[in-house]
Ligand binder design. Sequence first.
Ligand SMILES: [Zn+2]
Length: 188
Amino acid sequence: MPTIISHAAVPIALGIGVGCRSRALFLCGIGMAMLPDLDVLLFRWGLVYGSGLGHRGISHSLLFAALASFTLAAALASRRVCGMWAGFAFLFIAIASHPVLDAFTDGGKGVALLWPWSEYRFFFPWRPIRVSPIGVERLMGARGWQVLLSELRYVWLPCASVALCLWLGRHARQPAQAVTGQEVPGQV
Ligand SMILES: [Zn+2]
């Protein structure tokens, strides 16, 4: 995995880019982007790394992302925090980005993206992100710097670029909004 902090890059970029107006939804997106890696806690109960419930298994599947984002979006929508489908889309992208980023890392096992239809562990052919060791202590030192630098280059910089493009696109449309009084599409 990239470090747990770097998984927040996608919802942060998306939230800023589309102008997310709900702080609760924004923070939920950040939390949900990190959620799949809670599977490492199962090691304490003796779960095998490569099993379905092991690291990068079920919690890294698209089905998990869909169910978790639907459930949370419904809860937020019932409290009028956000619209149901805008919230679902934001949260789904946040969670699903996690296994996608993991599949760009150069170590560990691939991600079980298509579980339960397939237990195949996916990796992209190009994997420029240095895999982060599990545990903060192991992240200290030269290897830790290599991991953080690769994340800066291949996670944070691309995300910042996307956020900037979305932000510029949104603001380029705002004069029209000022004239028509219509809401800018894409805001959540
Ligand atoms: Zn992960």
